[in-house]
Design a protein around this ligand. Structure first.
Ligand code: PMV
Length: 381
């Protein structure tokens, strides 16, 4: 039996200018452009092996050891596009095997708990699409491939690039100009660090798709956000990244997170993603910046209560000193070298609810790897 295969890893990205709202639900076309930072795959990544063979009987996916359905419309849209592009390749060179006609076996694994509420769907769809693009030896560039990942999960298109990434919303009804592009590579501003404070939460969030639909349909503030605020911030944030202007980048990041959660609250019925722990962390970050006399750290929150903090490596000690009074016993907390003289506890007595801390940094885009998750018979190892 001949099994063709390719493996790749793909990163998580956390938006600093949020995507919230779809103008086309099937194609995942957004109502606004967005910007993100790609995080290091040393700490958070999906590894996927894609394989195909004339002997496979059906498309199959194994995710973190369990057989998963591939039947969702989104996944089907990705597979269909990839097969169409492969057909183009086969058409040009008739000697190539007809992989576009073979069934696929895909095995995928995260190096972080899927349940932690981290952006696993972005890394997941990016790794799925990138590994199949490699298997099919597609000549298309990453922006082209990002349009396919976008159909799986909107934010996944940004995980096709490392460093600082924009998703240009585009105008075309068919989505052909709605794609990810690089704003700046990792090397341009490599000292960007990210600290993820995983906040435990008992209630289930409103899933992002239905949350977005509800905001688009009911929020009065939403039009102001997508027509005025985001277009201006999009240009300002790209320019702050190009200039490595951290205070401006950080302020825009925090304001945009707040604006996104404001349109959630303005939806009817309202959507609450932040909890009391998230709110106390917001206050603490503003206090750390106030004591410093300048903005050295930013917070941002996705569709859940976890905080992601961005800061430059040279300020890490100051930030950790501000977090220490609350989180020094939490798994993953790194002790600062210096101790702050400010009495944080008189300002906020306690912050409970953080279960784990992941210290990471800016990282690279998807990579092909020789590590395979599939054996010679096309089954998970
Ligand atoms: O791509 P989705 O459907 O997982 O939506 C992501 C939405 C946010 O994470 C809240 C914002 C963003 O731009 O990533």
């Amino acid at each position: 039996m001949t099994v063709y295969q390719a493996s790749a890893t793909a990163p998580v990205n956390i938006a600093t200018l949020k995507y919230w709202g779809k103008r086309d639900k099937t194609l995942n076309l957004p109502t606004n452009s967005s910007i993100s930072v790609t995080l290091s795959q040393d700490d958070l990544r999906t590894l996927t092996t894609a394989s195909c063979s004339a002997d496979f009987e059906q498309d199959q996916l194994w995710l973190n050891g369990a057989l998963e359905s591939l039947s969702s419309e989104r996944t089907q849209a990705c597979l269909k596009d990839l097969r169409t592009l492969r057909k183009g390749v086969e058409h040009k060179d008739a000697s190539l095997p007809k992989l576009s006609e073979y069934k696929l076996h895909i095995v995928s694994e995260n190096n972080f708990p899927t349940a932690a509420g981290l952006a696993s769907s972005a890394a997941g769809f990016a790794a799925l699409v990138f590994s199949i693009a490699k298997l099919y030896q597609l000549p298309q560039d990453l922006s082209e491939i990002s349009k396919i990942a976008r159909k799986g999960s909107g934010s996944a298109c940004r995980s096709l690039f490392g460093g600082y990434v924009a998703w240009e919303m585009g105008e075309s009804p068919d989505g052909e100009d709605s794609k990810a592009v690089e704003v700046a590579p990792l090397e341009h501003w490599p000292n960007m660090k990210a600290l993820i404070l995983v906040v435990s939460d008992d209630k289930k969030d409103v899933p992002s798709t239905s949350g977005m639909q509800s905001t688009v349909a009911t929020s009065d503030l939403f039009n102001h956000r997508i027509n005025e605020l985001v277009p201006q911030r999009f240009e300002e944030m790209k320019s702050a990244i190009l200039k490595k202007d951290f205070p401006t980048f950080a302020e825009l990041t925090m304001k945009d997170s707040n604006s996104f959660h404001a349109v959630c609250l303005d939806s009817f019925p309202p959507i609450f993603y932040l909890n009391d722990t998230s709110k106390k962390i917001i206050k603490l970050i503003h206090k750390i910046n106030e004591i410093e006399g300048k903005t050295i750290v930013a917070y941002t929150y996705d569709a859940g209560p976890n905080a992601v903090l961005y800061y430059e490596a040279e300020n890490e000690d100051k930030i950790l000193s501000g977090l220490k009074p609350y989180f020094e016993n939490i798994q993953g907390f790194k002790q600062p070298q210096t101790v702050t003289s400010f009495d944080f506890k008189s300002f906020i007595p306690e912050i409970t609810g953080v279960s784990k801390i992941i210290a990471t940094k800016i990282g690279e885009g998807p990579k092909e790897t020789s590590i395979s998750l599939i054996n010679e018979s096309g089954l998970p190892k």
